[in-house]
Design a protein around this ligand. Structure first.
Ligand code: SAM
Length: 256
């Protein structure tokens, strides 16, 4: 039996594996800094920041004022341990009910978070509230096609339907953004190269991707053997990983 996709994950337990094996993607951060005007004057809220990998990378790249929030204290405590004191604020908070005043941030980010949320629509509504007029939202996720094309989907085919049930479609996210009040909603598709190497194998072996906790143990073991064989036969190989970036803006003036 697969675990139900709507069953909440134990993020506190996952936080040690995430901290050890998941790294931030420089490509994701560079795409954001290339697309949006971010400087040391920009205030950014990173919702569902996990152990702070992307929060820290974005801070290093831009020197923006960063706050990261996550529902899991396990994740937040690891983010705090990695960040130098006062460099970035991290706090435990729910995406759906953000503990910030209206119009607090120039940019609200959610990187690989939307599929984890119990109520994505409420989280987007609250993101709109805390975005200042003229500010932006950026949601980084994967389309159902990009899920099908993942390397893990080839080795663990049982993950595909589970992920499609977890991930809202891009059209659904765009609709939620517009309904919340964001305008200029647009999506950009990216493809980044990744290395399938022993580090990737280690991440998979330790179930560093949350969906690997949702498939049968027998499916997981089958996939792991296939991946080990592929690496033993071919050595390390290159693959691709696609992401979709969905942007929106909170207009300064609302016309009636
Ligand atoms: C896949 S991780 C992404 C972490 C980080 N954004 C990154 O890119 O490295 C998803 C994160 O969402 C957090 N999360 C899940 N539901 C949440 C909620 N309702 N409010 C805030 N964070 C949540 C989890 O604790 C987890 O750290």
């Amino acid at each position: 039996m697969h675990k139900q996709p709507d069953m909440p994950m134990d993020y506190d337990s996952l936080s040690s594996i995430y901290n050890e094996f998941r790294t931030g993607s420089l490509e994701i951060i560079e795409f954001i800094t290339r697309t949006l005007d971010i400087s040391s004057e920009t205030s950014i809220l990173d919702i569902g920041c996990g152990t702070g990998n992307h929060t820290l990378l974005l801070k290093q790249k831009s020197d923006a004022t960063m706050i990261g929030v996550d529902v899991s204290w396990g994740m937040i405590s690891k983010a705090l341990a990695k960040s130098r004191s006062d460099e970035i604020e991290f706090a435990q908070a729910l995406a759906e009910y953000l503990p910030f005043a209206d119009s607090s941030f120039d940019l609200v980010l959610m990187i690989e978070v939307i599929h984890h949320l119990q109520d994505a629509s409420q989280a987007i509504k609250d993101s709109f509230r805390v975005t200042r007029p003229g500010g932006r939202v950026c949601i980084v996720t994967q389309s159902h096609r990009q899920i099908e094309e993942r390397t893990t989907s080839i080795f663990f085919p049982a993950t595909v339907e589970i992920e499609k049930a977890r991930y809202p479609t891009i059209v659904a996210i765009e609709k939620m953004l517009k309904k919340a009040g964001f305008s200029q909603v647009q999506s950009e598709i990216t493809v980044f190269k990744i290395n399938i190497d022993h580090e990737f194998l280690e991440t998979v072996s330790r179930k560093g991707f949350s969906v690997l906790h949702l498939i049968d143990e027998s499916e997981f073991n089958k996939g792991l053997i296939k991946l080990k064989k592929a690496l033993a036969m071919n050595g390390e190989f290159e693959s691709v990983l696609g992401y979709t970036f969905i942007f929106g803006m909170k207009e300064r003036f609302v016309t009636v």
